[in-house]
Design a protein around this ligand. Sequence first.
Ligand code: PHE
Length: 338
Amino acid sequence: MQEIKERLVQDLKSATTAEQVEQIRVDYLGRKGSITTLAKSADFSKMSVEEKKSFGQRLNELKNFATAEISAAVEAFKASAIRRKTNDLDLTAPGKGRRLGALHPITLTQMELEDVFQGMGFSVLYGPEVESEYFCFEALNIPGDHPARDMQDTFWLKNQLILRTHTSANQVRTLQRFGAPIRAIFPGRCFRYEAVDPSHENTFYQCEGLVVDKNISVANLIATMKTILSQVFKRDVKVRLRPGYFPFVEPGFELDLNCLLCGGKGCPTCGDGWIELIPCGLIHPEVLRHGGIDPKEYSGFAFGVGLTRLAMMKFGIKDIRYLNCGDLRVNEQFTTLV
Ligand code: PHE
């Protein structure tokens, strides 16, 4: 036993790797290791009670000694491995940069619009993108043979529902739910069966709005639109109304914005100095009726801001296809502008 012990101490001293220490453990304490073999080979039948006791005791001591020495050696190797790693640590090396996300230009524009409208007492509501024919067309006074229902324009689902072609689908939904008086906007995504090119997308955003109250007139409509646009573009703007046809407003208008680039003189962006921006009008009595509102008591106006269009103008994006392309560089460049 003394010999085994001395050999073990010697072996552990000369070990230079953790693997060698593990081999030593196997050599001494493993199933066929020298300490195990010694225990197995002892012939107890030839020993006296005293001898048996003393042999057993010393064998145990040897085992404990070997176990303790070997695990100490293992620990020492672990510690030095960690030390080696820590020495490799270069505290002056540049860290991994944390990448900040950025909001999409349409999201930024939408948030800003919501903010401005909320400041004027409007609620912000969101309706479903999958709509019924009723809310998207029928309730808005758009008869079955109207071109907007044509297969060319509308994505029809198999269950007779559709992907909403405009956020106007929220008008009657909202009137039915909240009644009058009401001031609300409904920003959201719309879909049309369109060929995609620099100025057309099958998926785009609008921000619808309506006001229903007593004695609402075109003057209220113009004043509201001017205020909103001045805040969005952060300067005074000039607007004009032209007649426009939409079955759910009467009278209906196209609201044009005096071009901010050329000041109304005419330029490649606007042509004649005006940019067609917001279709709008006084809500048709038939639409109010669908909403459960008495048109003799209440009147209102509605408008549909082209949110995608507005974002493009605001950020100077010339091709609508950038907006849905999923390239993060589109987002990353605009956040700081707002
Ligand atoms: N929903 C119409 C469109 O998508 C726009 C509109 C909204 C017109 C509200 C009048 C009033 O073209």
